[in-house]
Ligand binder design. Sequence first.
Ligand SMILES: Nc1ncnc2c1ncn2[C@@H]1O[C@H](COP(=O)(O)OP(=O)(O)OP(=O)(O)O)[C@@H](O)[C@H]1O
Ligand SMILES: [Mg+2]
Length: 244
Amino acid sequence: MLDVVELSRRFGGLRAVDGVSLTLPEGGITALIGPNGAGKTTFFAMLAGFVRPDSGTVRFAGTDITGWRPDLIARAGLVRTFQITQPFAGLSIAENIRVGAFLREPSPAAAMDQARAIGTRLGLGGMLDRPAGSLTVAGRKRLEVARAVATRPRLLLLDEVMAGLNPSEIQEIVGLIREVHAGGVTILLIEHIMAAVVALASHAHVLAQGRLIASATPRALAENQAVIEAYLGHGAAARMAAHA
Ligand SMILES: Nc1ncnc2c1ncn2[C@@H]1O[C@H](COP(=O)(O)OP(=O)(O)OP(=O)(O)O)[C@@H](O)[C@H]1O
Ligand SMILES: [Mg+2]
């Protein structure tokens, strides 16, 4: 469904994403993990058209979408969420979800019906008419997912939708992601919380300093020496083994 070849982007002298290639099968849940600053969000931004790649190609559902505008990529069915959520605080939660629904539904009333149905399905039912500015962090994450789902994506890119949540809120978001996936959406998620990655993803890719350094099942990656060193520094795997 997604075929990325040698994708790269520099910011000044920094190689934020450096020759990353990966393919994603249709229908799965895959994770993208890696330390802070590894280039994960920049990678998502390039897939979704928010950052232009310096080189490389992105093929989605058989079409080369490299360099396309975000709205055209979204219309093709590839949509991202944002790590830093910025709902329209003065609009209601339903109106915020409707912003997503407008991608495919021009009628305001019909788009609102869709928004309310999606909000209800994703656990925002009791609060749809409240201003989005009144939401907690967990509620804002939920709204961010609902707004993206309202565009009816085929591939949804989730950027740290569990960051800042407590364990029970994380459990709820794991359930919500399963619900979205069960609705037929392929998912690629950036996540630091490994328990959630293990619970959700059948496969994970590891980015470190812009490069893809490993791809395997989440459980196998947790024991991979290169992955441990990417997170904890050179020699960390050996130090951990010595103390085991
Ligand atoms: N617009 C930009 N201009 C300059 N540098 C940028 C820009 N966007 C990202 N960077 C830099 O590129 C590198 C990768 O950033 P990115 O946000 O993609 O990492 P990340 O893996 O998502 O990190 P985190 O886990 O902290 O969210 C970082 O060093 C960051 O400072
Ligand atoms: Mg990021």
